[in-house]
Design a protein around this ligand. Structure first.
Ligand code: IMP
Length: 423
């Protein structure tokens, strides 16, 4: 059966560590959406690995890893990662497979992503510049290039020419940028063809067969619920379905095969890039969270915006994902803060909102209604049993659980595998 792991905020909840932790009980770990924009960090024996495309389960030598059709695949990023892993003594040979129908992110997607965001001016999204939105746009515009097309040289060239026709017109006439030559892209990407050929599979058939045999699949979500193209803070979102439902369309498996859905939630809130963030702390308190939590983007290095825990958001995430349980990360970062706040509602124009409003005018301009709890001073980074946590830390967890209505089953108190409180 399938267990889906999703982000319940704006990404960066610490999914990498949690996937790595849960992967020990799975046979197959499968990424279902997003692309090189993701930055899943796993710390193993003091070594830090950042995964952009390779599933975070790869550090277990006996696990199969899958890049599903819902992912957009940048071969440059993929092979940089694979080469780094191989140099570190971790072989992916015969256990990393790519869906034939995943779409390729090619050089023009990255160039266009960066130009488009610059041209948005005040409306810039602050994308990662990894060509994510532009690859998905081509997919939906039916001029995308799938992995299987890339492998057929004549088809690849033909599709490349079609995809570049309009883009080169825009580069030349509108953006006043250099045009990109299909021949050059064809030549530059040639080196990846044979390497990718060895990894492709009809993943939908493979996964369904493996599930039929009783294998357990861990579906690894990237980004988070509020970066989801449909339910996030549109337009300040990524271009895919990050929510649990995305696992079915992004891997080719029926919703009937999903048996468990786990949300990963940070004990406070962060966001990278532009867009509304009601509980953001712009002063010294935000700075303290950023420093203590080392809140800098794993993909772009940008400082993350930091703020209080927003229970209104996570309650909505529990609903649209159908969460069975929550895993809370980075509780140790809150140690030493005297009073900790939880957002429980918003106020706008005299009206109280207890649920996440999809209306951007409300969400961008609302005041936040907070509950305030006492903090704790004790170092919790070596605690592994819930009972040993300071009373105020337990009260914080219990209160959040009560508001969200979903059990918090694990609490991470540091970046290594061992720093985990099982409840
Ligand atoms: P894109 O996914 O590069 O198009 O970026 C769209 C928005 O999503 C920007 O605000 C990015 O900062 C944000 N974003 C994309 N991927 C991640 C991620 O893995 N973690 C956190 N934010 C992300």
């Amino acid at each position: 059966m399938i267990t889906v792991v999703v982000g319940t905020q704006w990404g960066d909840e610490g999914k990498g560590k949690i996937i790595d932790y849960l992967a020990k009980d799975a046979d197959i770990i499968a990424r279902y959406q997003g692309g090189g924009n993701a930055g899943h960090t796993v710390v193993l024996k003091d070594k830090r690995y950042i995964f952009h495309l390779v599933p975070s389960g790869i550090l277990y030598p006996d696990k199969i890893c899958i890049i599903g059709n819902g992912v957009v695949l940048d071969p440059v990023s993929l092979f940089e990662e694979i080469d780094y892993l191989e140099k570190s003594g971790i072989s992916v040979e015969g256990r990393l497979f790519i869906a034939e129908n995943a779409h390729m992110t090619l050089p023009y997607h990255k160039v266009l992503d960066q130009i488009e965001d610059k041209f948005r001016g005040r409306g810039a999204l602050g994308t990662t510049g990894r060509g994510i939105g532009t690859t998905y746009a081509d997919k939906f515009n039916r001029i995308g290039i799938r992995v299987i097309d890339f492998l057929e040289e004549d088809i690849f060239m033909e599709k490349l020419k079609i995809a570049l026709e309009l883009k080169n017109y825009l580069f030349r006439e509108y953006y006043k940028e250099q045009m990109l030559s299909p021949d050059r892209i064809y030549k530059e990407t040639k080196i990846y063809r044979d390497r990718i050929k060895k990894m492709v599979k009809n993943i939908a058939i493979y996964l369904n067969e493996e599930i039929e045999k009783g294998k357990d699949v861990l579906a690894e979500g990237a980004q988070g619920t509020f970066l989801d193209i449909d339910f996030g803070t549109y337009p300040y979102v990524t271009a895919s379905n990050c929510i649990a439902g995305g696992a079915c369309t992004g891997l080719g498996v029926s919703p009937k095969k999903v048996s468990r859905i786990i949300g990963v939630v940070k004990s406070y809130t962060t966001r990278v890039g532009m867009g509304p963030f009601p509980t953001e702390l712009k002063g010294i308190e935000g700075e303290v969270l950023r420093k203590t939590g080392n809140e800098y983007g794993a993909t772009t290095g940008r400082p993350r915006r930091c703020g209080w825990f927003d229970a209104v958001l996570v309650k909505f995430a529990a609903l649209v994902n159908g969460l069975d349980e929550l895993v809370m990360t980075k509780l140790d970062v809150l140690t030493g803060i005297e009073k900790i706040k939880i957002a429980v509602a918003y106020k706008f124009d005299g009206k109280l909102y207890k649920d996440y409003p999809l209306n951007a005018k409300v969400f961008s301009n609302c005041d936040v209604v907070y509950e305030e709890l006492d903090g704790w001073k004790e170092d919790i980074s070596t605690i592994t049993s819930y009972n040993k946590l300071p009373g105020n830390a337990k009260k914080y967890i219990d209160r959040i659980e009560e508001i969200i209505g979903v059990p918090i089953t694990k609490i991470s108190v540091g970046s290594s595998r061992e720093q985990m409180v099982e409840r």
